[in-house]
Design a protein around this ligand. Structure first.
Ligand code: MG
Length: 290
């Protein structure tokens, strides 16, 4: 199922997107948002499917989509330098303040503040960055169901409720200057998310997904998730070794080669640019830059 948060003029609420129709599930059930679905877990999917069949339908063209989790309960977990070629391009760019080696020995885990989340079509406010060094990072993101602490790799895939797309927008100069990446990646509107959460039952092998990022129609990133340095089970095991993962937690898995600082000179985002990240079957996340 493709879960969305939509607004047709009657408030932002949960819908199930099927082709060009949105089933208004929130109007007929206790499921009012994607977080409530994550709380119920994959076991409730048959219920949700029944509700989607009987719910009133709205033409998708009449609704604005919002981020599937517009305000996460806590920060978004992110993983740095998790594709080999990207680790090398970042290390060589001069913006990497983290280490002396390109490829990390263990996953680099950081967070983006929850206020950074925005939805499909929302503006990326590059003007907030006084250093004018805003860059895109197309990423596959995991959305967790009922999870816990100490999740073994062998159990990790069962803890995932679904998948979405995140653009880990970054001010490179601020990321570098403050040593910790948090400030450079947590600016308001610096985490476009969506357009949907596709439930895990529909993506049996996320490693086979392909991610493509275009800026103004020019292909910049094109990679398979199987290229991750630390794979999805390893990321879940690593994070949950330290803390309890809760339903609705979001883990952005890292970005592949092709970000703006990989070019000489760097291709930072400018006002008027349009960034589109596609991962099928999740869809395309498109955001203009201001
Ligand atoms: Mg990233």
């Amino acid at each position: 199922m493709r879960l969305v948060m939509f607004d047709d003029g009657n408030g932002v609420r949960l819908g199930v997107l099927d082709a060009d129709q949105i089933a208004d599930v929130a109007s007929v059930s206790r499921f009012h948002d994607v977080l409530s679905c994550c709380d119920a877990g994959l076991a409730a999917l048959p219920d949700l499917a029944n509700l989607a069949r009987s719910a009133p339908k709205i033409a998708a063209g009449r609704a604005k989509l919002h981020a599937p989790i517009p305000r996460p309960r806590r920060n978004i977990f992110c993983v740095g330098k998790n594709y080999h070629e990207h680790a090398r391009e970042f290390h060589a760019s001069g913006f990497d303040s983290t280490s002396t080696s390109a490829v990390p020995d263990l996953p680099i885990v950081f967070t983006k503040a929850s206020n950074s989340v925005s939805g499909p079509g929302d503006v990326i406010p590059a003007w907030i960055d006084p250093t004018q060094s805003v860059d895109y990072e197309g990423e596959l993101a995991l959305v967790m169901g009922p999870s816990g602490r100490g999740i073994a790799k062998s159990d990790a895939m069962r803890a995932i409720y679904g998948y979405t797309i995140v653009n880990d927008v970054t001010s490179r100069t601020i990321q570098n200057a403050h040593k910790q990446w948090f400030l450079g990646k947590s600016m308001d509107g610096f985490c476009p998310m969506g357009p949907a959460v596709v439930t895990a039952d529909e993506i049996p092998d996320p490693a086979a997904l392909r991610l493509r990022t275009e800026v103004n129609g020019e292909l910049r990133q094109n990679a398979e998730v199987s290229d991750l340095i630390f794979d999805i089970p390893t990321l879940i095991e690593t994070i949950s070794r330290s803390l309890t993962l809760d339903p609705g937690d979001i883990i952005a898995t890292g970005t592949p080669v092709g970000v703006g600082i990989g070019f000489t000179p760097p291709k930072f985002l400018q006002k008027g640019d349009v960034v589109s990240i596609t991962i099928e079957p999740i869809g395309t996340l498109t955001n203009p830059v201001e």
